[in-house]
Design a protein around this ligand. Sequence first.
Ligand SMILES: *[C@@H]1O[C@H](CO)[C@@H](O)[C@H](O)[C@H]1NC(C)=O
Ligand SMILES: *[C@@H]1O[C@H](CO)[C@@H](O)[C@H](O)[C@H]1NC(C)=O
Length: 371
Amino acid sequence: MPTTAAFPAAVLLLLCAAAASASASAAFIDGLLPNGDFELGPKASDMRGTVVVGRYAVPKWEISGFVEYIKSGQKQGDMLLVVPGGAFAVRLGNEASIKQRLPVARGMYYSLTFSAARTCAQEEKLNVSVAPDWGVLPMQTLYSSNGWDSYAWAFRADRDVAEIVIHNPGVEEDPACGPLIDSVAIRALYPPKASNRNLLKNGDFEEGPYVFPNTTWGVLIPPNIEDDHSPLPGWMVESLKAVKYIDSGHFSVPEGKRAVELVAGKESAIAQVARTIPGKTYVLSFAVGDASNSCEGSMVVEAFAGKDTVKVPYESKGKGGYKRAVLRFKAVSVRTRIMFYSTFYTMRSDDFSSLCGPVLDDVKLLSVRNP
Ligand SMILES: *[C@@H]1O[C@H](CO)[C@@H](O)[C@H](O)[C@H]1NC(C)=O
Ligand SMILES: *[C@@H]1O[C@H](CO)[C@@H](O)[C@H](O)[C@H]1NC(C)=O
């Protein structure tokens, strides 16, 4: 039967070709992961109360450990669990994880955004990973008053399929204590380059993580201590606390569609190292404003260029607006560290439990002729 030998080989070739072109074009499009909002739930037979039984019981996801499927409005003690993106979320108990495999383009950078809420423990953490990259995101500080915040984390795709894992490494006494997870999304990043019109990369913050159209609290860019891939390309969050990435759909933004809000005083600094020529004079210009989110009061943004610094006061009425500022300096090194933080902590006037702060946008670094 000579045909049977030749035929499968031909089919195999065709299949390979189809698979190759499929994997090239099937890389995921920005947005929610399949069942990323967990609206598709387990069958009743795969639940024991709220606990999910079975590795593949939540459609499109693989789970392990103590995972609960939570309906919005469910009570826990005297706490009402409210889910922002639709009606359902999952809760990751001690050592529990959720996992999904997603086609991606090898070599590209991606940012994951997900919404999470603490439920009982004071300090909760999530380990987000796409092997070999991982990052532990702390969620001990409440930035939004309803308990939910969105977090971004970035990775470089080493393979055509990314295995995305969100794991709660916690070991609380009550296994049902653990963060709620809702709305997991991804966005391909296109890291911008420095140019002769701006020696800083992504100075307008237009390139960054996915922002959920339905959430009103922005996206936290966690401190990148052990992480060299920033979800906010070009920029590093150097201090202990996150900075908040905000969009013009929900906030007032000085320029373009995106900006950052410095939400945690001196504990949330954002920085970038620029190439400079020693002896040359540079002008660092930027916009300081407020996000129109009831963040009122006297604010100060401190900008640094190496050892040079300027303090920019801004009186916020919490209704939007901005001013421009400039720091002129002479470079003393081939690399100059540009950094910004807010001098003070500020709380929203409409809810005294949410941290907020001045907005930074449109950061430009240019060399000028020596005077
Ligand atoms: C986070 O998860 C990754 C992947 O499972 C693992 O290699 C890493 O050790 C974990 N990190 C911590 C601090 O648990
Ligand atoms: C946003 O809300 C609309 C209407 O409630 C819903 O159809 C849509 O899926 C939501 N989008 C996301 C990304 O959650």
